[in-house]
Design a binder for this molecule. Structure first.
Ligand code: KG4
Ligand code: ZN
Length: 338
């Protein structure tokens, strides 16, 4: 029997629902983004996010089913993000999933959001990603984590950010530069490839033999630079600051991936999360990877940022291994990858 899974993602500012057949065929992927709403506040406002998810969720589910060309009754399971994320936002997806699970009498599978970002890769590279262990780098607005993907039931986080996530650093610095939310794509736009600048911002290294990240110091040095330059009556050249910020974040992230590849002897890395749609990051990671024979797998842009496909993909494999939730399923704002 075919597996036809509905993947629901509502952990932050995207209401997204997808239909996935047999773990890899994307029959539909509807994404309703709230970015334009949160833009005017310079970041995601949790209460506004949950309210908007509530408004959209039924319509997005119906559209995903319609675009997939299936009937509700064809669904065999529902995957839903239950952590980490904004509690009110997660609960909207979970409640919709429970309703469908009861009415269609099909299982509900809780999916950790970061597992989802990793599993976005399996939709495209299923045949090349079957020789575990594989490294996994997740860089988004809420997370910066490096993990060893041992198998479908064991993802071991070996490093994470001790303060701001990489995307959060992009967003906060962009705001300081007067750029729009989300800041990552804005900074990428200004940091034109090939731009020459002597400007360098430091990123804390946190010792040679660990895989943790810290970006709050970077944010402070950029803010100090902006204040000092303005105080001297000089102009801030946004392109140069953007380039130096992007370079600092990307170099810090890549450094830890290369270190882990060397220390663990792992030659494949999958990446995911909004920041991995940054072309400079992908280019540099591929270049550095080539030098040590490490292959880099990256989902296509639309699967880097939050989407229902990645949740449907992760749910497919969890379901295969008998992992299911029940109607007591709850939302958690934080928690290790399960
Ligand atoms: O994965 P995602 O959609 O949501 C979370 O789970 O957080 O990631 C959103 C984050 C934002 O911080 C945004 O600024 C960042 O990803 N981002 C980027 C780029 N596109 C999105 N950062 C750098 N370069 C980009 N092109
Ligand atoms: Zn995400």
């Amino acid at each position: 029997m075919d597996s036809i899974i509905l993947g629901i993602e509502t952990s932050c500012d995207e209401t997204s629902v997808a239909v996935i057949k047999n773990g890899k065929y994307v029959l539909s992927n509807v994404i309703s983004s709230q970015i334009d709403i949160h833009k005017k506040y310079g970041g995601v406002v949790p209460e506004v996010a949950s309210r908007k998810h509530l408004e959209m969720i039924i319509g997005v589910i119906d559209l995903a089913i319609k675009e997939a060309g299936i009937n509700k009754n064809d669904l065999t399971a529902i995957g839903v993000t239950n952590q980490p994320g904004l509690i009110g936002a997660l609960l909207v997806g979970i409640t919709a999933a429970k309703g469908l699970s009861i009415s269609l009498k099909i299982p509900i599978i809780p999916v950790h959001h970061l597992r989802g970002h990793i599993y976005a890769n399996l939709v495209e590279y299923e045949h090349e990603l079957d020789d575990f262990p594989i490294l996994a780098l997740i860089v988004s607005g809420g997370h910066t984590s490096l993990a060893i993907w041992h198998n479908h039931l064991n993802i071991e986080v070996i490093g994470q950010t001790l303060d701001d996530a990489a995307g959060e650093a992009f967003d906060k610095i962009a705001r300081k530069l007067g750029l729009d939310y989300p800041g990552g794509p804005e900074i990428e736009k200004y940091a034109k490839l090939g731009l020459k600048t002597d400007l360098v911002f430091p990123v804390a290294k946190l010792g040679k033999e660990n895989y943790n990240f810290s970006f709050s110091g970077l944010k402070s040095s950029v803010i100090n630079y902006i204040n000092k330059t303005k105080a001297q009556g000089k102009d801030i050249i946004i392109e140069e600051v953007a380039f130096a910020v992007q370079d600092a974040i990307v170099s810090a992230v890549i450094g830890k991936v290369l270190l882990a590849s060397k220390n663990y002897g792992i030659k494949k890395v999958v990446i995911g999360g909004g920041v991995t749609s940054n072309k400079y990051l992908l280019k540099r990671l591929k270049e550095e990877g080539q030098k040590i024979n490490m292959t880099v797998y990256a989902p296509k842009g639309i699967y880097c940022t939050d989407n229902g496909v990645m949740i449907g993909s992760a749910a497919y494999y969890l379901n295969k291994y008998g992992i299911k939730g029940d109607l007591f399923l709850n939302a958690y704002s934080s928690g290790n990858i399960k």
